[in-house]
Design a binder for this molecule. Structure first.
Ligand code: SAM
Length: 269
């Protein structure tokens, strides 16, 4: 999968592409990410990318010509001819629809995602009309530029691409994962805990612990060291339910809940 990012700060991405899962995915040829300096598409001595807004008001607006030239330089199909199952052009915008895990999943199935990073008061709206398939916001707050949003989107999308994470089911059973059992349980049912019965299904993830068994007076819950897989499963499911109720009760409305889950939640409420 290929990402193209149009930005006035291409260096912003150097650190982001140079670490962890992203670096590995690039080294293995699973993803490509290319930054394009918007100023490279200007034609004046000052490499001007912005101008004052029509109608007056605060701030500056990114001009349409360099942005359109940058998009068109990428060899991506014109908006009307674009195949939405292969490629998409995204405008990062606080006014966009919310970027969520299902959107990340949708994007992870494409061959190419182009991300346009706004700055100042944003991008001339005609770029949105002429070139973009969607506007995405990473949350209800205003950032100084689209670069952080683009980085968030790339990170969330690329880890859903098959082969990027070592253990393929580790994204399916995370928070917001569908946990739809499309992957075999780790260990192939050889007695190892099948994660699908305690994680996700629309819930937040359960809490994780590692060594040491005791840290600053806090012990790892006994059940996790006991080897009773049914008890571990139940404990994890209940902790995931508890955490979701406490931090994101809205998710419970759409989560796949069993009779036991509902009874457990009723006790907590
Ligand atoms: N005037 C805009 C508004 O009130 O909606 C805010 C512009 S913001 C200062 C500059 C750029 O940052 C935007 O063009 C967009 O690319 C990016 N940006 C800001 N908040 C964002 C968010 N929540 N999600 C994605 N991109 C965002």
């Amino acid at each position: 999968m290929r990402f193209d990012i149009i930005t006035i700060f291409p260096d912003f991405f150097t650190g982001i592409f140079g670490h962890g899962v992203m670096k590995r995915a690039m080294a293995h040829g699973l993803i490509e990410a290319h930054t394009h300096d918007l100023r490279g598409f200007t034609h004046d001595r000052h490499r001007t990318v912005d101008d004052r807004p029509f109608g007056g008001g605060e701030g500056m607006v990114l001009k349409p010509e360099p942005m359109m030239d940058a998009v068109e330089s990428l060899g991506i199909a014109a908006k009307a001819e674009r195949d939405p199952s292969r490629e998409t052009v995204v405008l990062l915008s606080a006014q966009g629809s919310r970027f969520t895990q299902p959107v990340a999943r949708e994007l992870s199935r494409l061959e190419r995602v182009v991300l346009l990073c706004g700055r100042y008061e944003g991008v001339d709206e005609r770029v949105n009309e002429l070139a973009c398939d969607r506007e995405l916001s990473i949350g209800d707050y205003v950032l100084s530029g689209g670069e952080l949003g683009a980085a968030v989107i790339i990170d969330a999308v690329m880890r859903l691409i098959p082969g990027v994470l070592g253990n393929q089911d580790s994204s399916a059973y995370e928070s917001f994962g569908d946990g739809d059992e499309q992957f075999p349980a780790p260990g192939g049912g050889s007695g190892e805990v099948p994660r699908s019965t305690h994680g996700s299904g629309g819930l937040l993830d359960y809490p994780h612990y590692t060594r040491p068994p005791e840290f600053r007076g806090l012990a790892v819950p006994e059940v996790l060291a006991g080897g009773d897989h049914a008890a571990i499963r139940k404990w994890r499911r209940e902790r995931a339910l508890e955490k979701t109720l406490r931090n994101r009760p809205d998710l419970l409305e759409k989560a796949a809940l069993s009779k036991e889950d509902k009874a457990f939640l009723d006790k907590l409420r």
